[in-house]
Design a protein around this ligand. Structure first.
Ligand code: OGA
Ligand code: MN
Length: 295
């Protein structure tokens, strides 16, 4: 196995080659898990896999989440979140179809499942069919943003922010990014959940901002004041560190740590290009508000 680190200063984003998830040795698994926790995002090159392979590999990291209803496809396993403009009959979906509009919500910076009471640890995304142009995925480092916060002139210190709790919701974020796409029954099933604004990683013991598009407001603050703070932090995450653009090849897997990085999808021509991505998502252990914070 070979691991090449892309951003040395941030210890962020690595490319892993000479390794096959279908022939996974215990020692390799330990190295892979360590690399995700150290570097936030890793790309595994040349992994020709199906859903069963992906699920079997992903389960090594812990229990998997079930996909949300808009992310499911008839006939595939419930652990697979499918991000795609191709339907179950292998036809391209219309530009104004619910799924295509819903998936565009992924083009805002976010952390997967931050709208769940127990948010996810890792996302494991595999490319099954990719457009010739566009359709890359971008990553930024919310830990570097926190660690450089004090070097800049911000209204609040990390100490001021340390114990802040925010509320996250996918109904809120989709409302902002795609318009009002959910029915009332779904909205009721997906209430706001509480998350810490600053999370300390249980293995590295280093902290990161935990925001992104699902993060709506600050508990106990005036809504607009809280949104201003969240916007300032989101803006700083993008400005402070490197935005790494991953242009997909076929048969790649990217794994990221949702406790540290934000990601987003990027534009491709949905009217003519097919894109099929399958994600498994490793569930967390606790709600973030039960985690200790170390600054
Ligand atoms: C995801 C996601 C973006 C993309 O898989 O969670 O946001 O590029 N993907 O498909
Ligand atoms: Mn996502």
């Amino acid at each position: 196995m070979n691991i090449e680190l892309k951003n040395k200063e941030q210890e962020f984003f690595a490319i892993v080659t000479d390794f096959d998830i279908k022939n996974l040795q215990d020692a390799d698994f330990i190295k892979i898990k360590e690399a995700i926790e150290k570097y936030g995002v890793i790309v595994l090159k040349n992994q020709n896999i199906n859903d069963d392979d992906q699920i079997k590999f992903s389960e090594k990291f812990g229990a998997l989440e079930k996909a949300l209803e808009h992310d499911r496809l008839k006939g595939i396993r419930s652990e697979i979140t499918r991000i795609s403009n191709v339907d179950e009959n292998n036809n391209l979906l219309a530009l104004d179809s619910e799924k295509v509009i819903y998936d565009r919500g992924n083009r805002s910076w976010h952390s997967d499942s931050s709208y769940k009471d127990i948010p996810s640890k890792f996302s494991i995304l595999s490319s099954r069919e990719i457009p010739n142009e566009g359709g890359g995925t971008e990553y930024i480092d919310a830990r570097y943003a926190l660690e450089t916060w004090n070097k800049n002139n911000h209204k609040y210190s990390l100490n001021d922010l340390k114990d802040i709790i925010c509320e996250h919701s996918i109904v809120y974020s989709r409302m902002v990014n795609t318009g009002d796409i959910f029915d009332n029954a779904y909205k009721e099933k997906m209430p706001f959940v509480k998350q810490r604004l600053i999370r300390t990683h249980p293995y590295t013991k280093r902290s990161a901002f935990y925001v992104g598009s699902h993060c709506s407001h600050v508990v106990g603050w005036d809504i607009e004041k809280g949104r201003k703070l969240i916007k300032d932090i989101n803006d700083w995450i993008i400005k402070s560190g490197e935005i790494i653009h991953h242009q997909w090849n076929n048969n790649e897997i990217v794994i990221w740590d949702n406790r540290r990085v934000l990601h987003r999808g990027t534009y491709f021509d949905e009217s003519s290009a097919r894109r099929i991505m399958h994600r498994t998502t490793v569930a967390g252990d606790f709600p973030s508000y039960k985690e200790p914070v170390i600054l």
